[in-house]
Design a protein around this ligand. Structure first.
Ligand code: ADP
Ligand code: MG
Length: 354
């Protein structure tokens, strides 16, 4: 289901709940008032009970609309009850004082409940705003921090080139490496921030996996990690966005390589079933503790000194866009298995995620 669909569903539910509460307020006000008017004779005790019932709509009014709602409901109750006071007016002072005291208490109750509910809502709004601003601050700090390291390296080597120090070729290579590192961070942030536009086509998933392996080849070689492919001989046909899927698989594969020790093997297998296609990336590396497992899809969550913490979030966003699932099985010290599954049903082309 699209996020906008979910929002409108919750919006509709919320509206329905409000309408039902509003109906309950009006209905209970009318019902309690009618009870007063139809209960004749000197069943005074009953009238006292009915009077207490007014607390219900007054509370609901305050709950739903805060101070204004509480006071409006109270005045509505008062106006509905006023004719009854006048009709049943007696010369004995005590019952009349009793009634007015009751009404006064209800008015105070409306004021108090409405005030507390308004204050609580204001506090919650403020907390949400604070959390939002803190989130933006955290994201900005994280990006700036990630960009700073390669920038400092780049400046250092540019200065060496300017001063003619060291081997010029390796100085230039270091500048290029740092610039590429920065480009990767910028790409990750952009990918994460913008909606994913899927261009769906019938593809052979094996080719997508092959290409992801080529992209990760240098990383695997540098880390001394072997990447082993387990693919069926026949094409694994599915409707996907080749570019995006490759990006998701590359992120997962590169994490598996980074988590592995020298001489370890990462296996990537592709399978097709009647309803779906799947890719499983299995490593025997560091594995994840429960805290990492819990947070792995949270943007900017990383345990690496040079990580952006966006790889898994981007992969999830892409898989979600294909209406697929991504599951992680991992134990510290034993390695990790990441399984992505994409259903065969063709999702409509267009913007996915946010
Ligand atoms: P990054 O790789 O930049 O840290 P990711 O979003 O790709 O960001 O991953 C987030 C974190 O999840 C990593 O820092 C790492 O701790 C953990 N992680 C992801 N994949 C694996 C894996 N295969 N094995 C162990 N830990 C992993
Ligand atoms: Mg990563």
């Amino acid at each position: 289901m699209e996020e906008s669909d979910l929002k409108s569903l919750f919006g509709r539910r919320y509206l329905l709940r409000e309408k039902m509460l509003l109906f309950t307020i009006v209905a209970s006000l009318l019902l309690i008032s009618v009870l007063h008017y139809v209960t004749t004779g000197d069943a005074q005790a009953l009238h006292n009970i009915y009077l207490e019932f007014y607390y219900i709509p007054v509370f609901l009014g305050a709950f739903l609309f805060g101070l204004k709602g509480g006071l409006v409901t109270f005045f509505a109750a008062f106006l509905l009850y006023l004719p009854y006071i006048l009709i049943s007016w007696t010369d004995s002072v005590v019952p009349e004082i009793n009634r007015f005291l009751h009404l006064l208490l209800q008015g105070l109750f409306a004021l108090g409940a409405g005030f507390l509910i308004d204050r609580d809502r204001q506090r919650r709004d403020q907390m949400e705003k604070d959390r939002y601003l803190a989130g933006i601050g955290q994201v900005a700090t994280s990006i700036v921090h990630d960009l700073r390291n390669p920038l400092v390296t780049m400046l250092g080597f540019a200065k060496r080139i300017q001063d003619g120090k060291g081997n010029q070729d390796s100085n230039i290579q270091a500048v290029i490496d740092s610039a590429q590192g920065m480009e990767r961070i910028v790409d990750d942030v952009l990918d994460f921030a913008r909606p994913i536009r899927l261009e769906l086509q019938q593809e052979d998933l094996r080719q997508v996996v092959d290409h992801a392996c080529v992209v990760c080849k240098t990383k695997a070689e540098e880390g001394g990690v072997k990447v082993s492919r387990d693919q069926p001989p026949e094409p694994v046909r599915t409707v996907i966005d080749k570019f995006q899927m490759e990006r998701a698989i590359t992120n997962l594969l590169s994490n598996a390589i980074e988590a592995s020790d020298r001489y370890q093997t990462v296996t990537i297998s592709t399978k097709s079933s009647d309803n779906s296609v799947s890719v499983i990336i299995k490593d025997h590396g560091s594995g994840m503790d429960s805290e990492t497992l819990e947070n792995v899809f949270i943007p900017f969550y990383t345990k690496k000194s040079k990580g952006t913490g966006l790889g898994m979030s981007i992969a999830k966003k892409i898989i979600d866009g294909h209406l697929g699932t991504i599951n992680i099985y991992s134990r510290p010290g034993e390695g990790t298995k990441v399984k992505i599954e994409i259903p065969h049903a063709v999702p409509p082309t267009g913007l996915r995620g946010n």
